[in-house]
Design a protein around this ligand. Structure first.
Ligand code: FAD
Ligand code: SF4
Ligand code: SF4
Length: 459
């Protein structure tokens, strides 16, 4: 009979971590990892594997770990997942592999901590000779170095294709470097996994905005196939009256300045960022939690998360919400800002809000928020961060004229293969809208398989 509960993972104390960008979760020791690995029942039908979009042999890597064969465990992980240290940290495991785990179905039991075990094995940094097949003399361009692009690039390189990644920024990782903060995903970890992709022979060309610095047509003509993984990096805005007051930001801008441009290390890095006393962050997803916890660490005295639905509908990972609560973030449920108020200098001083109630489920399956008449009130704030989601960048429409878009401005691609047109494939957030790291990686993997069979068929 397995132990009922996961082995706890040590964390930095909330009082210590609110002033620091050090990683909050500290990982397992070897003894802890082996004790957790022993909770796995080694199910023959492996239901957990079908919950993993990249199809890791989960019982296989756990078995090798509990036999203390870290090299074998690493090999099994890396066979399916090019970025295991990243996934072990940020995958929504509770909605993926762990949701399907048999142990978690036993009343009163928690599933095996698959993500934490994956993180432990990946963090042992065992370097392996990865088999790369002989060159097949075909060139593939990958546009965007986020999780989708990195996965497609690595899988194609392993198959002997010559792969070049074009990335708009000066560094690889996409949201992993410009969105998710250091205290959840240290950039050193991302850099190590990108190094692994490079070690497979993938070439990176940074500071290249395809559709601007290089026309898409040029790439299409020069390469045998193209994978587009450019994400959904443009922020959505509330668009309410008063939005042009000073000190109202999008989470995309605020997090990019802090993470990618290292404002959290100011003045070591010359990136200024606004920090005020009483900050409202609007939304309730992972991005909201990241923005709220970031501005708190930077020195805001009070941080208020304002969400129009209830705690039950909150899309953020429950673990991240708990961390935010422990760090003193204040939550206002069923509350919708309807107008920003400012002073004579045009600085925001407050938000006019209304209280909400929940009606019938809407298209997203969540109960629709409805305004309560006469419930208006003003919340005093001196800074606002809007974190209500991202959409594909408008540059896409102009920069990729050959690519079909759907009504949401995303690329219209075949779900199974990512095929858009002959030799053109796409995957990740640019197809699905903002989703998750592992879903983007799953899409990159499926397209890599489709590109391989397309190019081998074409000869
Ligand atoms: P991206 O990661 O967006 O990468 C796209 C890349 O393409 C970028 O590097 C971009 O610079 C580049 N690019 C764009 N246009 C061009 C162009 N024209 N030419 C060349 N390059 C271009 N998911 C989770 O699973 N867990 C989490 O905890 C989590 N937290 C998140 C926190 C934040 C703040 C955000 C914003 C997202 C979070 N997500 C999380 C979502 C997740 O990060 C994304 O779903 C995932 O990164 C999508 O991967 P992608 O490769 O499709 O796109
Ligand atoms: Fe689970 Fe994500 Fe790891 Fe797959 S990659 S096993 S879904 S934590
Ligand atoms: Fe182990 Fe759970 Fe997978 Fe069964 S379902 S093999 S217990 S991780």
């Amino acid at each position: 009979m397995a132990e009922k509960f996961k082995v706890r993972m040590r964390e930095l104390d909330p009082s210590e971590r609110v002033n620091s960008f050090e990683e909050v979760a500290l990982g397992y020791t070897k003894e802890e990892a082996i004790a957790e690995a022993k909770r796995c029942l080694q199910c023959k039908h492996k239901p957990c594997v079908s919950g993993c979009p990249v199809g890791i042999d989960i019982p296989g890597f756990i078995k090798a770990l509990r036999e203390d064969d870290i090299e074998k465990s690493t090999r099994i992980l890396k066979d399916a997942n090019n970025l295991p240290a990243i996934c072990g940290r940020v995958c929504p495991q509770e909605k993926q592999c762990e949701l399907a785990c048999v142990v978690g179905k036993i009343p009163g039991s928690e599933p095996v901590a698959i993500g934490r075990l994956e993180r432990f094995v990946a963090d042992q940094n065992i370097s392996l000779e990865t088999a790369v097949k002989p060159s097949v003399n075909k060139r593939v361009a990958v546009i965007g170095a986020g999780p989708a692009g990195l996965t497609a690039a690595a899988d194609l390189a392993k198959e002997g294709f010559s792969v070049t990644v074009f990335e708009a920024f000066h560094t690889a990782g996409g949201v992993l470097v410009y969105g998710i903060p250091e205290f959840r995903l240290p950039k050193e970890i991302v850099a190590k996994e990108v190094e692994f992709v490079k070690s497979l022979g993938v070439e990176f060309r940074f500071n290249q905005i395809i559709g601007r610095t290089i026309p898409f047509e040029e790439i299409k003509n020069e390469y045998d196939a193209v994978f587009i993984g450019i994400g959904a990096g443009a922020p959505r805005f509330m668009g309410i009256p008063g939005s042009n007051h000073n000190n109202i930001f999008s989470s995309s801008e605020y997090l990019t300045r802090t993470n990618l441009m290292k404002a959290y290390l100011f003045p070591l890095y010359d990136t200024p960022v606004k920090i005020k006393d009483r900050v409202a962050v609007i939304g309730a997803g992972n991005v909201t939690m990241d923005a709220a916890r970031t501005v708190k660490r930077l020195g805001a005295k009070e941080v208020h998360v304002v969400y129009r639905r209830s705690e039950e509908e909150m899309p953020a990972r429950i673990e991240e919400y708990h961390h935010a609560v422990e760090e003193g973030i204040i939550f206002h449920w069923l509350t919708l800002p309807v107008e920003y108020i400012g002073d004579i200098n045009n600085n925001v001083t407050g938000m006019k809000c209304v209280k909400m109630t929940l009606g019938e489920p809407d298209d997203s399956g969540r109960r629709r928020p409805i305004q309560i008449e006469g419930s208006e009130f003003v919340m005093e704030v001196d800074m606002v961060i809007e974190a209500i989601g991202q959409t594909p960048n408008a540059i896409l429409k102009a920069g990729f004229p050959a690519v079909r878009l759907n009504k949401w401005g995303s690329i219209d691609a075949d779900e199974a293969s990512g095929r858009v047109d002959e030799g053109i494939y796409a995957g990740g957030d640019i197809v699905t809208g903002s989703a998750t790291v592992i879903e983007a990686m799953g899409a990159g993997k499926r397209s890599a398989r489709a590109i391989k069979s397309y190019l081998l068929r074409k000869g």
